[in-house]
Design a protein around this ligand. Structure first.
Ligand SMILES: C[S@@+](CC[C@H](N)C(=O)[O-])C[C@H]1O[C@@H](n2cnc3c(N)ncnc32)[C@H](O)[C@@H]1O
Length: 204
């Protein structure tokens, strides 16, 4: 029987959180944070999970953080670990925010679970929600992880078949630039034995 991604993340939220330290992204967060010229800004964290390490990092820097996730168990853990974060239980693709609201948006290890056919629409939303010169940081799956230049299917993660989807990085780059982002950094990083593309882009 197949389970939705939401059910799967509810099921392994506790184990995921317990093992989160294996995927140390502190250097990536430091680099992203140093790009942001705002103190005490507002962050939207999409697929916030249990709030660690991203929401925690920004809260510790006195930012106002809004986290979106559709897993209630992940959000229960987030309430424990980052009680300062405002959370919204919602599907990222169905979220709506006022324009020009956030200084930064993060989506670490989450967007690759959203169909690539909807990525342009999603990035247009992110662009609209960001303030001018606001920046986004996200993790993108590529051939290095899925084995295919473009992918729309299932891969095993923590012994479960999870849905992943991505385009070719060149197409991703073109999409972002056409939408009105300036791509600041797009590079492969191997963390905890997994290689993903890490992208930082700024709203022009
Ligand atoms: C691999 S975890 C990453 C959590 C956190 N960002 C981190 O870096 O550890 C992916 C998270 O994204 C959430 N997620 C995946 N697809 C989602 C969607 N369409 N809408 C809302 N949350 C989603 C899952 O529930 C899960 O908490």
């Amino acid at each position: 029987m197949s389970h939705s991604l939401q059910e799967i993340y509810n099921g392994f939220a506790d184990t995921y959180e317990a093992n989160r330290g294996v995927f140390d992204i502190s250097e990536i967060l430091d680099a992203f944070y140093s790009l942001l010229e705002t103190e005490r800004g507002s962050l939207l964290d999409l697929g916030c999970g249990a709030g660690e390490p991203v929401a925690r990092y920004f809260v510790d820097n006195n930012w106002l953080v809004t986290g979106v996730d559709f897993s209630e168990r992940m959000l229960e853990l987030a309430a424990k670990y980052v009680p300062e974060m405002r959370t919204i239980k919602s599907d990222i693709t169905k979220s709506e925010f006022a324009p020009n609201q956030f200084d930064a948006i993060t989506a670490t290890y989450s967007l690759f679970h959203i169909p690539a056919s909807t990525h342009v629409e999603l990035f247009k939303n992110l662009h609209r929600w960001l303030k001018p010169k606001g920046s986004v940081l996200f993790t993108y799956a590529t051939e290095e992880y899925t084995g295919s230049k473009v992918f729309d299917g299932y891969k095993t993660f923590m012994d479960r078949a999870l849905y992943y989807s991505h385009k070719d990085p060149k197409e991703l780059y073109t999409d972002l630039e056409e939408i009105g982002f300036s791509v600041e950094s797009i590079k492969y990083q191997s963390i905890g034995g997994e290689t993903f593309l890490w992208v930082t882009a700024t709203k022009i």
